[in-house]
Design a protein around this ligand. Structure first.
Ligand code: DAK
Length: 259
């Protein structure tokens, strides 16, 4: 599949996915969603890929939301189907077994912020702006914004942002715990790479276990503590575990193979 709306590159085991509709501030249309889905189910799963960075092209936007022009005349059923499809795709990212970073280089609004929140870690450039302006369009968020924003920053501030539709800047987003780091636009990808390189030195099996256990914490009907016991136990059957402990005892750096 050739992507029309996402530029991709694999370099040093990192898959770079750049949303590429700069004239529409990288608004997420249906095509973008199916390309994201394809990317995570066909490219990011390849052995040569160890982590993913999602960013936006241009200097202005990560993604300024779902493409408003596309859903303007939807009916109730179409609205539900669109939200359900979008939520499923973002869940693929959230539960992806390799680290996914959102490098937020500008506006992350509505669906754009929802995409960023589905990623495991968020970094922002100083010019980034965040918000869920859906109420100003007469809708509630549809791609899990009410859920993930509340999980990330807590009910008090989340309900305010969701009800006002107000935008916040990068500094405020960091203060609230919505983003991990704020750096200049020039340093955004470099800082994301640095973080991923640290993660990629660890056991990929253990890192995948962390992702799964944290997802379990937020999944209804799943006991996160039990998930942790399972993941912890599984590690004892891996070569990575043997390598990690052996390296420690021999005072050398571990080289993990993900087996
Ligand atoms: N969709 C489509 N086009 C967009 C867009 C968007 N979300 N955001 C910006 N653009 C386009 C503009 O229309 C403009 O195109 P032209 O008029 O030049 O053709 C171009 O990008 C540049 O935008 P501006 O000229 O407006 O740029 P400014 O710097 O003046 O303003 C802005 C930047 C980000 C403040 C402004 O563009 C803006 O307010 N954009 C809209 C932000 C927004 O409300 N985003 C949508 C959030 S709501 C649903 C599921 C999910 C959703 C809805 C329904 N269903 C299940 C049915 C989710 C909704 C959202 O994401």
């Amino acid at each position: 599949m050739g992507y029309k709306n996402i530029l991709i590159e694999i370099k040093d085991a990192i898959l770079y996915a750049k949303l590429n509709r700069p004239k529409q501030l990288n608004a997420l249309n249906k095509e973008v969603f199916s390309e994201i889905k394809h990317l995570f189910t066909n490219i990011a799963v390849k052995d040569e890929v160890k982590s993913v960075i999602i960013t936006g092209s241009g200097e202005k936007a990560f993604a300024a939301g779902a493409d408003i022009k596309e859903f303007a005349d939807f009916n109730i059923e179409q609205g539900k189907a669109l939200a359900s499809n979008g939520q499923k795709i973002f869940k693929i990212i959230e539960t992806f077994n390799k680290p996914v970073v959102a490098a937020i280089n500008g506006f992350a609004l509505g669906g754009g912020l929802e995409l960023a929140m589905a990623c495991h870690i968020r970094l922002a450039s100083t010019n980034a702006r965040f918000g869920q302006p859906e109420v100003s369009l007469g809708v509630t968020p549809g791609y899990a914004g009410t859920q993930r924003l509340t999980q990330l920053i807590g009910k008090g501030k989340s309900i305010e942002l969701l009800m006002t539709g107000a935008m916040i800047n990068a500094e405020e987003a960091q203060r609230l715990g919505l983003v991990n780091y704020v750096v200049s636009q020039d340093d955004l990808i470099g800082k994301s790479e640095k973080l991923l390189k640290t993660i990629m030195k660890q056991s990929p099996i253990a890192v995948a276990g962390v992702i799964q256990c944290i997802d379990a914490y937020f999944t209804e009907g799943v006991d996160g503590f039990k998930s942790e016991i399972e993941e912890f136990g599984k590690c004892f059957g891996t070569e990575d575990f043997k390598e990690g402990t052996n390296a420690f005892m021999n005072k050398r750096k571990a080289i993990f193979t993900g087996k």
